[in-house]
Each structure stands twice: as structure tokens, then as C-alpha cells.
Design a protein around this ligand. Structure first.
Ligand SMILES: [Fe+2]
Length: 351
């Protein structure tokens, strides 16, 4: 795993799935903690939830670069567990997605904009995503390679144009984060690939490229018959081994709060700054991402309730705590403090 971070940059965590050689990326605005995940893999769901929790990410987007043929995506499950929205290309023809993007569309993420760049060729629905000097290329452009074009409406002419006309028109210093690597490489730049990519760099012509792509003679991905149909439905054909909370409402939490039971703990899962500005009286502030530091303390309560602003952080915190053996915990998963305030329930501010 590698992490790109500096104080004023978008924080990027690159994670690797060994069985499919897939890279998954977590993107986080360090100021707002809003985040996105790109190309999440089913088998790595627990890993991804753990990092989302530890990094305190309020996940807004589950982005897929294309319909993968070599692994099943965890997009549907992540949506169920975090409330984030699934993003696919308009041209990918995937069922039950939340946001369809076309070339040039923008996804706001805190102080950043993620820009979709349509890059068909490996599949017709391939989309690359540019943000803050980085481009996430999926299987369109790999390090010293590119995606294959022999199934899923693959088209080598389209791929050549996507790489040479669209991706290579980005600034030379743009960092490339690919969807896969089979040789241990982690990232590259547009300048490097323009010069050294043996398929499309070194001023290779379209005819040179077509010759190379026609003679690859690759075996089909082992999981193609399972992965493609599953991913056409957001990869939801999978039963989670993690706890999914029933929706516990703010009005139910108010009834619990009124009982003032000493065996009951109400956790405010928001940041310290949000908590200080106003919170449910007698609730305990355990900011999102720090829950696991309080395991022993939490095990002393018979009933635990957790809330945040929208329910997204609390839901992930609940999953991570449940997996560590914290029982009798419920979360307000579809709303948060604004609903409590709207209902005119008591609020306490800390000076
Ligand atoms: Fe692919």
C-alpha cells in the first residue's frame, strides 16, 4: 500500500488485491473528511471498511471505472453499509446505480472536483477520473501497458484514441494511478508513459498499436462468467458477514434518552468541533475513526446508541465495533443531529 499525502493535497491511499492484482483507491479531502473509493473488490470489503473507519472518511462516492471482468465489485454492499452513492459511466449500462457520469461531468468532493474523462476502448463504458493532478485510469492506461480489447465491446482504435488524444493531453506531470499492475509498479506519470509505454508511447502509430493488440493471445479472466453478470448489477450477489443495522430513528433515540438509564450510552460520532457546537445532552463524543480506542470502556455498557450528522459515519463505526465484539449497539443510520434539532429535542453546547 502507498499513501500520497501532503498538507494541502487530496489524501490518496492505494490498496492492492493480490488475487486479481487490482488497485483500489481511497480519496479523502483532509479538510472535510469527505471521501470516495475507486474500484472496490468484494473480497477486500473488510479491509476497506476498516480504513474508511480509521481514516474517518465520510464516504460520498463509490466509483467504478468500468464493468470489471476479473473480480466482483463490492459497490452494492458498500452502498448498503455506508449510504454512499455508486458512480458509473452513462455508457456502462449498469443497473441500479445512483450517479451516471458523461465526459466532463464533475463530482464535488470537499474542496476538490473529480472530473470524469470518457476513455472507451478496453470496454465501451470505461471512464477515467481526474482530480488534483492525478488521473485514475482503470484498465485504459496501465504502467507500460494498457487494458485488453478483446471482449466487453472492446475496441483497439477507441483505446488508442482514448489514450493518445485524451489522457496524453493531460499535463506531463499528471500522476497516473492504474486499475491493475502485475509487476509491482504503483504509479506513473503522463510524461513517462508518453515516452516509455511500449504500446502507445514512443510515438507508436495507430497501426502499430492495432498490430500489438491483435496478437496478445490472452486467456480469458478466470472469473469472467461470474464477475461480469454480478458487476452489471453493482456486484450485489454476495452475502455480507458484517452487521447491517436496522434503521434506528431519532424519535426512538429520544425515548431512550428520556429513560436516563445508567447502563445506556449514547455516542456522538462527529468531530470534536461539531460536538462542541451542539450535541445531545449527556452523549459522549467519540469522533469517527477513534471508536476502536474505546473498546474496553464500551463493553461496560448494556446498550449503546450511536449517531452522527447524516448516519453515514455512525453506520461504518457500528460495523467496525460490532466486528470487534461490541454488542447491543444500534445506530441512527438514515439521519442525525439535524433531525433531533428539527424535532425540538434538547441540545447542549460545550463552551
Ligand atoms: Fe477490466
Amino acid at each position: 500500500m502507498t499513501i500520497r499525502s501532503c498538507q494541502h493535497s487530496l489524501y490518496v491511499k492505494q490498496m492492492f488485491d493480490r488475487s486479481s492484482c487490482t488497485y483500489t483507491y481511497l480519496l479523502v479531502d483532509p479538510k472535510t473528511h469527505e471521501g470516495a473509493i475507486i474500484d472496490a473488490v468484494e473480497e477486500q470489503l473488510d479491509r476497506d471498511l476498516k480504513y474508511i473507519g480509521e481514516l474517518g472518511i465520510e464516504l460520498l462516492y463509490i466509483i467504478e471505472t468500468h464493468i470489471h471482468a476479473d473480480h466482483v465489485s463490492s459497490a452494492g454492499l458498500l452502498r448498503q453499509l455506508t449510504g454512499a452513492k455508486i458512480v458509473y459511466s452513462h455508457y456502462a449500462e449498469v443497473k441500479s446505480i445512483d450517479i451516471e457520469v458523461k465526459d466532463g461531468d464533475v463530482l464535488p468532493l470537499g474542496q476538490y472536483n473529480i472530473r470524469a474523462i470518457r476513455t472507451p476502448g478496453h470496454t465501451n463504458g470505461c471512464m477515467s477520473y481526474y482530480v488534483d493532478g492525478m488521473v485514475f485510469t482503470g484498465d485504459t492506461l496501465l504502467i507500460r501497458g494498457c487494458g485488453r480489447t478483446d471482449f466487453q465491446q472492446g475496441d483497439p482504435k477507441n483505446l488508442y484514441n482514448s489514450i493518445t488524444k485524451k489522457l496524453f493531453s493531460l499535463a506531463d506531470e499528471t500522476v497516473i494511478y492504474p486499475g491493475h499492475d502485475y509487476n509491482g509498479n504503483t504509479w506513473s506519470t503522463i510524461a513517462e508513459e508518453k515516452k516509455w509505454n511500449p504500446r502507445v508511447g514512443l510515438q507508436k502509430s495507430q497501426d502499430d498499436f492495432l498490430q500489438i493488440m491483435r496478437h496478445l493471445n490472452l486467456d480469458l479472466p478466470a472469473k469472467i462468467n461470474e464477475a461480469v453478470p454480478a458487476n452489471e448489477g453493482c456486484g450485489t450477489n454476495f452475502k455480507p458477514n458484517v452487521h447491517i443495522s436496522d434503521n434506528f430513528s431519532m424519535s426512538e433515540l429520544y425515548k431512550v434518552w428520556q429513560q436516563e438509564n445508567p447502563d445506556t450510552l449514547i455516542i456522538d460520532n462527529r468531530t470534536i468541533e461539531e460536538f462542541v457546537a451542539g450535541h445531545i445532552p449527556h452523549s459522549l463524543n467519540i469522533p469517527f475513526g477513534t471508536e476502536l480506542q474505546h473498546l474496553e470502556e464500551l463493553k461496560g455498557f448494556k446498550h449503546i446508541y450511536i449517531y452522527c450528522h447524516s448516519g453515514r459515519r455512525a453506520q461504518v463505526a457500528l460495523i467496525n465495533l460490532t466486528k470487534k465484539g461490541v454488542e447491543n449497539i444500534k445506530c441512527v443510520s438514515h439521519s442525525g443531529l439535524p433531525e433531533w434539532i428539527a424535532m425540538d429535542y434538547p441540545i447542549e453546547a460545550t463552551r
